[in-house]
Design a protein around this ligand. Structure first.
Ligand code: ATP
Ligand code: MG
Length: 390
């Protein structure tokens, strides 16, 4: 029996959005993640998407794993597509159920039927009851349990009939690329990958910028960020990662500005450079992993001074989260293990003992005005290395 993949998305996302454009984008993104697994036919019908592999030995499990990371998809099921007639339904459902019980040892089940095809002679309830009886007759170890079954045999009667028992939850959200671009300031930490993921989830394609202070931070620290970029790319469908040389700026700030203002001035430089890169890319906002009060540079006063450096909006999806909430998401999306690798970050190299927690904008601007701001920024932008992650 050939397995095809049924993809569900949530109607609610279609409100206010252009449904055909949404679906077309979703299908395009699905094709991109499935590339290399073999030829498939993708069709849409009644707010469902069906992926039909051409080959019998198509790697369905791998395809499902990839699809569960595609924003816009609510859930995925491996299903058997069969002719819509009662004989076939009974026969194939028995085969499928035998396979399930042999593999899992499950004993209790129920049948759930949906009849979208009203020409079919039996009602949903009747199909469930009849098929239940057929399964009990053919597979004697089974028992019906309508309240808490080990597994459910789903039957969907449409032009064709689809039978399945597995529903794999996916990430939901909106298809990447359906809501423009934004530029993520990606450190090697836990928060910023989560922030980028959350914005990408809303259909925004993310570019990432990383500030790198070689030789104060090592090649390993950069590799770690590239790895984080790769993990995010699985959701973001590729990513442009800009590596910005930041040493000269940090040394200049370190030499010429008061120690307690090092971090806040550095953050303003980061924002300004990220904004220049964003504007070159048609990106409509900046994204950071900041959360109120997490560190001195994330008090409301500090965020005000940081924001003031740029005119693009700065999105901070982690703003109201506790660290453990961010960690939970990081674990779920697969960035956590990489984020906790112990390589230094440029912020930890040049760090004040007592950073100011309530910086004043006026003072900050005075302190930084001794620097050749434009020249330093231009040099950093000229030295950018672009890494294209597929
Ligand atoms: P994270 O866990 O994301 O590193 P954090 O809690 O350590 O965040 P900070 O180091 O103060 O916080 O950085 C705040 C935000 O500034 C980060 O979430 C990130 O968006 C950005 N940022 C910090 N360092 C860098 C860097 N080296 N390159 C790019 N962005 C950075
Ligand atoms: Mg950090």
């Amino acid at each position: 029996m050939k397995t095809i993949i049924l993809v569900r998305y949530e109607e609610i996302f279609l409100k206010g959005l252009n449904k055909p454009a949404f679906e077309a984008k979703l299908v395009k993104n699905m094709k991109q993640v499935l590339k290399g697994l073999g030829p498939v036919n993708i069709t849409r019908s009644q707010s469902r998407i069906y992926v039909e592999p051409e080959a019998e030995d198509y790697p369905v499990d791998e395809a499902i794993m990839r699809l569960t990371k595609v924003f816009g998809i609510a859930s995925v099921s491996p299903v058997h597509k069969i002719e819509t007639n009662l004989e076939t339904i009974y026969e194939k459902a028995v085969d499928m159920t035998r396979e399930i019980t042999a593999k899992t040892g499950y004993k209790t089940f129920k049948v759930e039927t949906k009849r979208a095809n009203k020409k079919f002679p039996l009602k949903s309830m009747e199909v469930s009851r009849e098929l239940g009886a057929v399964l009990l007759r053919n597979i004697p170890v089974l028992k019906v349990d309508v309240n808490n079954p080990d597994f459910i045999v789903y039957v969907e009667i449409r032009d064709y009939t689809y039978i399945y028992s597995e529903i794999v939850p996916a990430v939901k959200g909106l298809p990447v690329g359906s809501n423009g671009r934004a530029t993520l300031l990606l450190s090697g930490g836990i928060d910023s990958p989560v922030a980028g993921w959350m914005v990408a989830k809303r259909g925004v394609k993310i570019d990432a910028v990383h500030f790198y202070s070689y030789p104060y931070t090592s090649e390993k620290a950069k590799e770690k960020v590239v790895r984080l970029g790769r993990i995010l790319s699985e959701y973001n469908l590729g990513m442009k990662l800009y590596i910005v040389p930041f040493t000269e700026i940090q040394l200049a700030i370190n030499q010429k500005c008061p120690e307690e203002y090092l971090t806040i001035i550095m953050r303003r430089f980061m924002m300004k450079i990220a904004e220049i890169i964003a504007q070159k890319n048609g990106s409509l906002g900046l994204v950071t992993g900041e959360a109120i009060g997490q560190v001195a540079s994330q008090t409301l006063e500090s965020l005000l001074v940081t924001n003031n450096a740029v005119s693009l909006p700065v999105y901070r999806p982690c703003i109201g989260m506790d660290k453990n909430e961010v960690v939970d998401i990081a674990k779920r999306i697969g960035t956590y293990e990489t984020s906790i690798l112990p390589y230094e970050d440029c912020c930890t190299v040049f760090v004040a003992k007592h950073p100011v927690t309530k910086p004043k904008l006026q003072k900050t601007m005075e302190y930084e005005s001794v620097l050749n701001i434009d020249e330093l920024i231009q040099k950093a932008v000229d030295g950018v290395e672009v890494i294209e992650i597929e």
